[in-house]
Design a protein around this ligand. Sequence first.
Ligand code: EPZ
Length: 455
Amino acid sequence: MDVLRIKGGLPLEGRVKAAGAKNSITKLLVASLLSEKKCIFYNVPRIAEVEVTVDLCREIGAEIHWDKEAGIIETQTKELRTSYVPQRFSGSNRIPILMIGALLGRTQEDIIVPTVGGCKIGQRPIDFHIAALEKLGAVIEYRMMKKEGAYFAHAHNGLSGAIIHLPFPSVGATENTILAAARAKGTTVIKNAATEPEIIDLILFLQKMGVIIFVDVDRTIRIQETHHFNEVEHTVITDRIVSASLGMAAISTKGRVFVEGAQHLHMITFLNKLHEIGAGFEVRDNGIEFFYKGPLKGGLHIETDVHPGFMTDWQQPFVVLLTQAYGNSVIHETVYENRFGYAHALKLMGADVELFTQCLGGKECRFASRNFHHSLIVRGPTPLKGREIAIPDLRAGFAYVMAALLAPETSTIGGLQFLDRGYENIVGKLASLGADIVRDRADAHSPSLAIASAS
Ligand code: EPZ
């Protein structure tokens, strides 16, 4: 098991490139299975989530060439080898479930998909996916097999367009429905759809591939039946979570970092909150420079939301930033019910944070009075002390790295498999900005890493 050893207290300074978006390229690769034509993707990040997705698509029959240095993937699925996603992908991430939407219109065989995984930040059901796909004509059932279950899906009577009203603008359910609708008879209308930049990136790709697809102003997406596809070249949008994470690390360490590739359009609400806290940023044509420009002001109220609201994936490192701000701030997490798992370890490092089951904000929230710790108050500034911590999930992982960059003592961080899923070469990038950080084998003497998940 590898660990990170970070000795904090140094300002991050310099220039770094944010890679392509994990939550876009993984879906684009699945979408490429819709057609038998060649697709070429540029700006592909070198991360574990792409490794898993490439492995999954190859299993299905895609011929994929990935030039990791150049960040280019060429893929073509002339015919499916199988529509059975092996159990080894069970629990790996959220991608297997999207195979149903991508393959329903391409095969009459049963599509078999293992249970979905992903970060443990809530129950993460897939009821919206199932209901939408069944409305298009799919038959989906969950069957227990030897050790664990799998979804069996088919559309033997074909897929027919329908009007789908999502109960919540779910990113995954929107993607799955779009993929199935591309080959469904007639027109499909998705109401209350997610409109995250990664969804729009998928829509741009599909339009280039030959799908007739509209995005209306009221979260309505309309997709028309498509049977003739084009070859496509597509550049993946920059990862807005990584861009924001690197920006927050720069500001919290009182540094100045230019994040090449950061896209202003995708970070509007994030930049507004940086403005509120008294941090600096300068938008340029090819990226955004983030910098510390004086004592950070607390007193913020942040309610996470679906796009274009404040993204749930930004709140973990932002809380670390707020531990360095003067004053008390409130965070109300309305997208996931259990996304403050990292707060326990932050407290052990000296942060003054308190969790609440109440909704500390006026936004409509599905977790009201359901006893989930989904609101937090953070009081600052507090010095953070280095310690040994284990990462509970991907985005919390970067929050710990940020906290360790602030602690003058050495911190040892375990659970790097989470970080590797979504942050390309994070050690190299932070070291290039002046961080004292190394990736090391966990020596046998180090006491067991403290479990960071909340009690
Ligand atoms: C995607 O997850 C991202 N993951 C998440 O990023 C991101 O936080 C999330 O969208 C919200 O933006 C990927 O794209 C791989 P949802 P997804 O469906 O699609 C509930 C990261 O670190 N829900 O929009 O799983 C669900 O429980 C990850 O990169 C249902 O109840 O998110 C949650 O409360 C973390 N039933 C809410 O909706 C369903 O059928 C949002 O989920 C589907 C979702």
